[in-house]
Design a protein around this ligand. Structure first.
Ligand code: BGP
Length: 471
């Protein structure tokens, strides 16, 4: 029997790169833009705020020309909800609409596909003040009608739409829900209600997208870090399966099947985290599943059993950004087999192949990798040289695994390194650079913000020109 093996990428493979509105644009209150929870809640005196970021708002033509020089086939960016609707609903801000119209036209002019993230963490602060934001079911219609406005305004030129970026991060990082205080468990309880409302909003938005007859694909951009059992001990294997469910698959089961699995619902019940569900919610999700999937992959995690004890009773969570450990369920431990970045993220290209296979087997959707990259302390040397060979090696090894996953039968149609240019890291300021293009500013010194092509830019230019042959 003749087995087809893919020794190279499809000629139409979408080589891209990505950013997000709040991390790249700046101009947080210019031209009528309203405040988001990021502008209001995410204040960390040790790192820069997002008021200037990479000043992309004022440098669109220059930046898109650089994307064209790089040879991008697709550019992933997010639309700031409060540039379009400063209060999240109600009045439209025409200058905000015009900004994205101009960006999309510039991309089309350079034959670059726009890949739009409808909402990437920067939720309207006004909706939090009006009714508690995602905690209230009112959030569902406001999100759907915002998305509908975007479809009607840009749907003639935008074929790829990402509904919500990393919904699990929104749920687990209270400030992104506009929550204050430090009652971790109460915030989680509220978070799972917000999660349910976001899933209903996503399904209704996909319904609207289809009813409008918009050409193209739509789906969430999920964060997915592969997990490995820390040892072959059956308890560690069980813990790794539970971790996969609690960190990732609970959400994809809702988006794709409108289902709270028996184990996940029990997990929620045991902790009094169960959300209120209205008749028809789950059927809606089941009826309007995503037609594509954006996958954000950076690292894998080794998982060990974490038996509950008197000191750490069942359900105890080490207060962490994302579920890092929960007594009676699992704990993330170091993986001695892997090197890590300066921020301790374990570098695991094979984990990307495993992630793609897992998603293919469970959900069978076309996939575009919407984030994959290495944050590092890049150094600008004499004559504007940035020797980020570590980033070239990281991206090269992950791209190799994407082709292997395609050989395994996974439908991957694009790859977008994070990030096109240096941007403000959500939690680490300017120091944690991801860009293929260096932006000459520091956290507290704007310098001249000039753009400088890193060694990885020149390398990726060849990768794209050779359709992935010249790695
Ligand atoms: C993802 C977000 C991106 C970006 C990335 C890197 O969660 O979608 O916005 O922040 O993580 O994270 P960090 O900047 O914290 O290294």
């Amino acid at each position: 029997m003749e087995y087809k093996s893919y020794s190279s990428f499809d000629p139409n493979f979408l080589w891209g790169a990505g950013t997000s509105s709040f991390q790249v644009e700046g101009a947080v209150q210019e031209d009528g833009k309203g405040l988001s929870v990021i502008d209001v809640m995410q204040k960390n005196p040790d790192i820069t705020d997002f008021s200037v970021a990479s000043d992309h708002y004022n440098r669109v033509e220059e930046d898109v020309a650089l994307m064209a020089e790089l040879g991008l086939k697709v550019y992933r960016f997010s639309i700031a909800w409060t540039r379009i609707f400063p209060d999240g609903n109600g009045e439209v801000n025409e200058k905000g609409v015009a900004f994205y119209d101009h960006l999309i036209n510039e991309l089309i002019k350079h034959n670059i596909e726009p890949l739009v993230t409808i909402y990437h963490f920067d939720y309207p602060q006004s909706l939090v003040e009006q009714y508690g934001g995602w905690l209230s079911r009112k959030s569902i219609e406001d999100y759907r009608s915002y998305a509908e406005f975007l479809f009607k305004t840009y749907g003639d030129r935008v074929k790829y739409w990402l509904t919500i970026n990393e919904q699990d991060h929104v749920v687990r990082i209270p400030t992104r829900l506009g929550l204050t205080g430090d009652d971790h468990y109460e915030q989680l309880r509220l978070g799972y209600q917000a999660n349910h409302n976001m899933c209903v909003a996503t399904a209704l938005t996909i319904k609207t997208f289809q009813e409008l007859g918009i050409e193209g694909k739509i789906g969430p951009a999920i964060s997915y870090s592969m997990v490995h059992p820390a040892s072959s001990s059956p308890d560690d294997v069980l813990a790794s399966k539970d971790a996969m469910l609690i960190k990732h698959n609970y959400l994809m089961d809702l988006h794709c099947y409108g289902k709270y699995s028996h184990m996940f619902w029990r997990y929620l019940e045991e902790r009094n985290f169960t959300p209120s569900i209205e008749d028809g919610d789950l059927d809606l999700m089941k009826q309007y599943p995503p037609t594509m999937l954006g996958v954000n992959y950076y690292f894998s995690e080794a998982i060990s059993a974490f038996p509950a004890t008197k000191e750490y009773p069942i359900g105890y969570q080490k207060k962490a950004l994302l579920p890092e450990a929960e007594a009676g369920v699992f704990e993330v431990v170091n993986n001695e087999n892997l090197a890590a970045t300066d921020w301790g993220w374990e570098i695991d290209p094979v984990g990307l192949r495993l992630t793609l296979r897992e998603l293919h087997e469970r959900y069978n959707l076309p996939i575009i990798i919407t984030e994959n990259g290495m944050g590092a302390y890049d150094k600008l040397e004499e004559e504007d040289v940035v020797r980020d060979d570590y980033r070239i090696s990281y991206l090269r090894e992950h791209i190799k695994q994407v082709l292997l996953a395609i050989n395994d039968g996974v439908n991957v149609f694009g790859y977008c390194p994070w990030s096109f240019m240096d941007i403000v890291s959500g939690r680490n300021g300017m120091a944690k650079r991801y860009g293929l293009v260096y932006v000459n500013r520091e956290d507290f010194d704007l310098k001249d913000m000039r753009r400088i092509k890193k060694e990885s830019f020149k390398w990726y230019q060849k990768v794209i020109a050779s359709n992935g042959e010249d790695l």
